[in-house]
Design a protein around this ligand. Sequence first.
Ligand code: NAD
Length: 366
Amino acid sequence: MESIKFAVLPGDGIGPEVMTAALQVLQEAMASTGIQLDYQEADVGGIAIDTHGSALPKATLDLCGESDAILFGSVGGPKWENLPPKEQPERAALLPLRKHFSLFANLRPGLLFKELTPASPLKEERIPDGIDILCIRELTGGIYFGQPKETTTLPDGDIQALDTMVYRKSEIERITEVAIQAARSRGKRLCSVDKANVLETSVLWRQVVTDYITKNAPEIELSHLYVDNAAMQLVCDPNQFDVLFTENMFGDILSDEMAVICGSLGMLASASLGKSHNKHNKPFGLYEPAGGTAPDIAGKGIANPCAQVLSAALMLRFSFGLDAVAAQIEAAVKKTVTGGTRTGDIAFGSTAVGTEEMIAAIIKNL
Ligand code: NAD
């Protein structure tokens, strides 16, 4: 491999700040491999509305299509909040990107280093060693996309709204395959979350997951939980899970619950993988921090760049197969943070450093 080609979409707010930082780390980490970084930046979100009149300009979409992965910052902010909902940056840029590239699997590592447990709302005795789990959410099916979806006035004058929850066996199998691969790279334990006591889609989900894993990955220890129990277990004892995986709406809720128990959004990365493979025969993916544009701290040089850096590491691992470099970056972030160099969101009253100092420390620890 001579080079890796990816699109860089910094977006709004702290996006450009943390993206610059992440690219510096990538550059340093890749230097010893002899593999070149081949990337181009493009506007997305609010800045793209201001400059090109569209949150996802054609040139940006074309650039993504010509690339093997997308490194995304975040989009949106108060300046665009008064636009009609459909034109707002997140809805008009991120959702179409997910749809266009069929990004059906969202992986969100829930990682809280032992030294950062005060950042979690959970009592420290529940997480004496921090948290280390992975949440996988099906991203393109289920009730958010099922048709019909409508609001109608009934003959008796009452008003009825309708959403439809649909899943196909093939959709469940492909997300199960992603979950198996992820579990194999971790503790080989998968917990599938559904509501099979009530929902038809969940009955199918549970059946397909069980059959697929029995046939294709018998070494994986599979368990099932109803979603209400899973939500409870996640706050009682998060580390009982290795890999949690579930359908779209349950995953939306559980992955946010997981994010909050892991402390700062500034530490959490995510990967959204597509059904198509790139020229390296790896999944095309979009990699982004779990948080938003943080307008309250944007432009101050104090944003935590770790989530963006860790998102870049996920990109190296999943879309380019560069596991060793990804692990090196993750280890450098861990060493930096646990060593005491921290931005304000994870400093807990001790002296905080700015984004640039944080990056310099991560690069030193590579
Ligand atoms: P947010 O995630 O931007 O901020 C929530 C809190 O977390 C803030 O106090 C912020 O300062 C802090 N925070 C987030 N990332 C941080 C970092 N890297 N370092 C330090 N602190 C950090 O959520 P919000 O305030 O609800 O949303 C702000 C804007 O971002 C909105 O316009 C929203 O639509 C958008 N948003 C975009 C995405 C995305 O692009 N994927 C996701 C969520 C929100």
